[in-house]
Design a protein around this ligand. Structure first.
Ligand code: XBP
Ligand code: MG
Length: 254
């Protein structure tokens, strides 16, 4: 059975969304609500260990008892405001896709390999990012979009990948996941998916053991990716469908 589908994470993988979009949108919501804190770039990096915006804010407050403690309803309302700001920001075209993402999505379509999404972020955020980067018919490219609270346990639990696999009607061994973080890797591997990592400034140096390869990004002809971990370590290349098939075949070799 050949490779059937690529399952992409969103934040950090399709686009570098966290520092300049999610973080900024959170801070706008905090300021509007008159809250006495904001997340600078390093602080946000610390709390990225918690996936999900509501869960991240709860974790931050639990570790900062000096700040007003918010109810679940207050956190949910703040998070709705944050989502509104994020969607508005992304609709301006602020965020490009990461190198090689558009190229690989197009190549998968040409090769009859389905593409899907497995993310902890809110569905409205995914739609805003896809529309602003891939145009009006962007959503139709994806066979399944699994996002946000559709499963109770977010990454690193495997649930969102399991949800996407169920809807694709495929086994993990027929697919390949593309992720950027250790939480994403654990989620995908927990669902038994071979997983490629394209690291970001926030995830560089995380423990990516169990990944098929770790790369700087997917690569463009004028800006090839560098392989960080794997048999091609140190070399520069473009991640394309033949290479993905070759790497994926290693996982199914007897
Ligand atoms: C992304 C997340 C999300 C975003 C914020 O993780 O954890 O919570 O940071 O989005 P991944 P929301 O890339 O592993 O999916 O505020 O909508 O949760
Ligand atoms: Mg991610």
């Amino acid at each position: 059975m050949p490779l059937q589908a690529l399952i992409f994470d969103v934040d950090g993988t399709l686009a570098d969304t966290e520092r300049d979009a999610h973080r900024v949108a959170f801070n706008q919501a905090f300021a509007e609500a008159g809250l006495p804190f904001a997340w600078d770039v390093p602080t946000y990096g610390v709390y990225l260990r918690v996936t999900g915006g509501k869960e991240r804010l709860r974790a931050f407050l639990e570790e900062h008892r000096e700040y007003p403690q918010l109810s679940d309803e207050e956190i949910a309302a703040l998070h709705r405001a944050k989502t509104h700001h994020y969607v508005e920001m992304v609709a301006t075209g602020l965020l490009p896709l990461r190198p090689g993402v558009r190229r690989l999505l197009d190549a998968a379509r040409d090769a009859d390999i389905r593409v899907a999404i497995a993310t902890t972020t809110t569905p409205a955020n995914v739609e805003a990012l896809l529309h602003s980067t891939l145009g009006a018919d962007a959503l139709a490219r994806f066979a399944v979009i699994g996002a946000g609270d559709v499963v109770p346990r977010k990454k690193p639990a495997p649930d969102i990948y399991q949800y996407v696999l169920d809807r694709l009607g495929l086994a993990a061994g027929e697919c390949l996941a593309i992720e950027d973080s250790v939480n994403g890797l654990r989620s995908a591997r927990g669902a038994a998916l071979p997983t490629l990592i394209t690291e970001t400034d926030y995830t560089r140096g995380q423990d990516f053991s169990g990944a098929l390869r770790v790369l700087t990004h997917l690569g463009e002809p004028e800006d090839p990716a560098r392989v960080i971990t794997g048999s091609e370590a140190g070399s520069r290349l473009l991640v394309d469908i033949p290479l993905l098939r070759q790497w994926w075949a290693e996982t199914t070799a007897p």
